[in-house]
Design a protein around this ligand. Structure first.
Ligand code: SF4
Ligand code: SF4
Length: 287
């Protein structure tokens, strides 16, 4: 793994991920973004809730469009070659024409290539949107997948392809699905958020496998930590994985979360996230 040279990078993207939802990934992403003075990017497009805490005034909204094939019935001979080539079962022969299931289409273009009759063109449809604004003094962006849309990748890709220069904290989707893989493609470093439980450890192991594949520097933040030795700390020690820091189990943190408040707004928690921000720099070896 290579060190991250802040002087050399136009933009530096740190992905925050967790093996599953509900580990405090968004709490850590939003508050760390404030502590670092970074931009906050919410890529958890199926449930983007970082804005509930940062409460930005939204100044810009862009639609995310995808292409889908449109069949010219006058030219189509119903030969079925496009149906055979589609790997995603988005096309079907209906006996009296070709049926398209738009939401299954990945826009790969194979059907257009194989159609000898020039019967396939493309239309565009909206699958989500990107919102941008300022909240708590930092730039915030989020992708939102339209309800009922099965594919989040176009929205995630769209937001990450157009990141501004500087330090970006990317709040990834939960789990280790292709949505997370897409987010990691744009990351220079990663923070894995977990809890000190058996489930937390299991999900952390999967997340570690994933970031290892990308060979990017990473460290772990343990949320709801009780301050003792535990299975996550032992695992990190055995695997020589650096722990960036811990967030203690605390009623006041849970209460602030339930009210949609930023932890960084309170004196005690500000010190906690300043400490995590420092630990992040040390683990990712920013120079
Ligand atoms: S390949 Fe072209 S002509 Fe054949 S069924 Fe598909 S759209 Fe129609
Ligand atoms: S563009 Fe690709 S995924 Fe979409 S219908 Fe054509 S072959 Fe199938």
């Amino acid at each position: 793994m290579e060190d991250i040279d802040l002087e050399e990078e136009d933009n530096l993207n740190i992905a925050v991920l967790s093996g599953k939802g509900g580990t405090g990934k968004t709490t850590i992403s939003t508050n760390l973004a404030l502590a670092l003075g970074a931009k906050y990017i919410d890529c958890d497009v199926e449930e983007p809730n970082g804005f509930l805490f940062l409460k930005p005034n939204i100044v810009n909204t862009e639609e995310v469009m995808v292409e889908y094939p449109v069949i010219d019935e006058d030219k189509c001979t119903d030969c079925g070659v496009c149906v055979d080539v589609c790997q995603f079962n988005a096309l079907a022969s209906a006996g009296n024409g070709i049926l398209l299931f738009e939401k299954l289409c990945h826009g790969c273009g194979a059907c257009e290539i194989v159609c000898k009759y020039g019967a396939l063109g493309y239309g565009k449809r909206e699958v989500g949107r990107i919102e941008k604004g300022m909240g708590h003094g930092i730039n915030c962006s989020r992708g939102i997948l339209n309800i009922g849309e099965p594919m989040a990748v176009p929205v995630i890709r769209s937001i990450l392809r157009n990141l501004d220069d500087g330090l970006n904290i990317i709040d990834c989707p939960p789990g280790t699905s292709c949505n997370v893989v897409t987010s990691l493609r744009y990351a220079d470093g990663a923070i894995l958020v977990t809890e000190p439980t058996k489930f937390g450890l299991h999900d952390l192991e999967r997340a570690v496998e994933l970031v290892d594949m990308f060979s990017i520097p990473f460290g772990v933040i343990i949320n709801k930590d009780d301050g003792r030795e535990n299975i996550v700390k032992s695992y990190c020690k055995d695997r020589q994985i650096e722990i960036i820091g811990t967030v203690p189990y605390s009623d006041s943190i849970a209460l602030a979360y339930s009210k949609g408040e930023m932890l960084y707004a309170t004196q005690d928690n500000r010190a906690l996230f300043d400490h995590l921000a420092m630990g992040l720099g040390e683990v990712l070896e920013w120079t």
